[in-house]
Design a protein around this ligand. Structure first.
Ligand code: SAH
Ligand code: SF4
Length: 379
């Protein structure tokens, strides 16, 4: 095996009744690992490719219909393996089409994934999926619902990728040559670069032609800035990079993002300047506008200085999606436009990203927070 850690047996919640608990969940194998595992059972490499196609392209969940695989191997697989997806706990569809899933993992932990629609010039609907990488997050950003929940555990590669299976199944997106799920953004729950090992395995699996077939140009990893992980992601070249900046000074960043700010802003900026970029790639800075906290003209001017100091970068301005009980408020439209204008006047490309799905708690961690509150209330 390329990787030494054995995949976990990750049965679904019915596992205890069905005796699945000792079976290996095939979603936890990368393709090279699947080849090695099948070789150990005496099967050639092309069988692994066939099995991989069934799992990731045809989205098979059992072995019965795998028509190009012998009955004997199917039987053997049934005894020792499973293809176990997370359960869908809730789905919420916003008036703008944004669709949010609360998924239940094998150990009953819950995570969120969001599908965001956009319409192409030809009028076709395409989707971007926002993926989670951890249950909770240790970074404690004060505006983020996930951050205020704290950290529970890392997600495995299979758990990360199974979010895509659930979404493709929901969208009936079954033609790999004409996918309607076009882009992936790692902007859900958790800090992807603090789960780099499983993130990288997931990114490598995404790249396989015979599987989900997402090139690195269709994937963006968003991070609050983790030194080691940034270096590793840059070297891998497996995705585009977005940096959650949210504050233009170290002082304000310490208040908004205490965990991330342990790495000084100055060092983060210096590292970004030596980050290996792909052709035509620019680093995206995400800047969440919080009313009367970081949305004033002074911060806009400070932000200009930062962006100018990083070669090849651009800004996404995100309007804060207010969360009940949060100390922050959404900025007024006036302030958002004034902030944007200062950037534009300085010749800086900034795009306002309206938070989609505001009526369904679509920001990171919000649906889980709402579900937990409702359940507490019902007890
Ligand atoms: N941990 C990584 C990846 C995901 S964080 C990172 O911080 O980049 C999730 C994203 O959702 C971040 O960009 C964060 O700024 C945004 N977010 C969190 N709470 C939000 C809210 N209430 N409204 C709008 N965006 C929010
Ligand atoms: Fe973690 Fe990102 Fe939320 Fe900060 S914004 S707490 S890094 S998930």
């Amino acid at each position: 095996m390329q990787d030494t850690q054995a995949p976990q047996a990750a049965p679904d919640s019915t596992a205890a009744d069905s005796g699945l608990e000792h079976r290996i969940n095939l979603l936890e194998f990368t393709l090279p690992e699947l080849k090695d595992w099948l070789a150990g059972l005496g099967h050639p490499a092309f069988r692994a490719v066939q099995l991989w196609q069934w799992i990731w392209q045809h989205m098979a969940r059992d072995f019965d219909n795998m028509s190009n695989i012998s009955k004997a191997l199917r039987q053997q697989l049934k005894e020792i393996a499973c293809i176990s997806w997370p359960e869908v706990d809730r789905i919420q569809v916003s008036s703008d089409g944004t669709t949010k899933f609360l998924l239940r993992l094998a150990d009953n932990e819950r995570i969120e994934t969001v599908l965001i629609p956009s319409t192409s010039r030809e009028g076709n609907v395409r989707w971007t999926q926002c993926l989670s990488t951890q249950v909770g997050c240790a970074m404690g950003c004060t505006f983020c619902s996930t951050g205020t929940m704290g950290f529970t555990r890392n997600m495995t590669m299979g758990e990360i990728l199974s979010q895509i299976l659930v979404a493709r199944d929901y969208l009936h997106d079954t033609r790999p040559q004409w996918p309607i799920l076009r882009n992936l953004v790692f902007m859900g729950m958790g800090e992807p670069l603090l789960n780099y090992r499983e993130l990288e395995r997931a990114l490598r699996a995404l790249n396989e032609n015979a599987g989900l077939n997402f090139s690195p140009r269709r994937i963006t990893v968003s991070t609050c800035g983790i030194r080691k992980g940034l270096q590793e992601l840059g070297e891998s070249g497996l995705a585009f990079l977005a940096i959650s900046l949210h504050a233009p000074t170290q002082e304000l960043r310490q208040k908004l993002m205490p965990g991330a700010a342990r790495w000084p802003l100055e060092d983060l900026i210096a590292t970004l300047n030596s980050y290996p970029l792909k052709t035509r790639e620019r680093i995206t800075f995400e800047y969440l506008l919080l009313g009367h906290v970081n949305d004033g003209p002074e911060q806009a001017r400070q932000l200009i200085r930062i962006v100018r100091s990083v070669r090849k970068s651009k800004i996404n301005l995100i309007v804060y999606n207010a969360t009940p009980g949060s100390p922050y408020e959404a900025p007024s439209e006036e302030r958002v436009l004034a902030f944007e204008k200062i950037l534009w006047d300085a010749g800086i490309t900034a795009v306002i990203r309206k938070s989609k799905g505001q009526d369904i708690d679509a920001a990171c961690g919000q649906l889980k927070a709402t579900a937990l509150k409702e359940e507490e209330g019902a007890r």
